[in-house]
Write a protein that binds this ligand. Structure first.
Ligand code: DQA
Length: 140
């Protein structure tokens, strides 16, 4: 069974409480349980950190053995060359996801350091962005 890591970066531990008009009012832990039910054919793991280096460490740890990573790096998307280098350095394919449509928002959210090194990008579908990314790994 393919093993997939869903990884959330900075401030995404606050999902459900943080700016609900942008990010909704559901916690990720709650949604993750639903994803596990929807994808019995994938072994799903979840990791969240607010610390850039911890995200890099996690990618190094799992990035040569897992079959894929679904990554919402939060604001690090727009700032982190270190995360982009970590994605380039591992062999597991990474899909970049965002809950909001960052292109409808402030200009500083329009650029991603990660898109160039990811398989693809899914954004703007709320929490469903994660499910759509998992569909790719299910069909692979
Ligand atoms: C986000 C978009 C980012 O610009 C923002 O910094 C986030 C969440 C999203 O999922 O829509 O923290 O990645």
């Amino acid at each position: 069974m393919p093993t997939i890591l869903i990884m959330n970066g900075v401030n995404l531990n606050l999902l459900g409480k943080r700016e609900p008009s942008v990010y909704g009012n559901r916690s990720f832990e709650d949604y993750f349980t639903e994803l596990q039910t929807q994808f019995p054919d994938l072994e799903l793991h979840y990791y969240q950190s607010n610390i850039e280096g911890e995200l890099v460490n996690k990618l190094h740890e799992i990035g040569f053995s897992y079959d894929g990573v679904v990554l919402n790096a939060g604001a690090y998307t727009h700032t982190s060359i270190a995360l982009a280098d970590a994605i380039s350095g591992i062999t597991s394919p990474v899909i970049e996801v965002h809950i909001s449509n960052v292109h409808k928002r402030e200009e500083f959210r329009h650029h991603s350091h990660l898109s160039r090194v990811c398989v693809g990008v899914i954004l703007g579908f709320g929490l469903e962005s994660y499910r759509l990314a998992l569909e790719y790994f299910r069909k692979k």
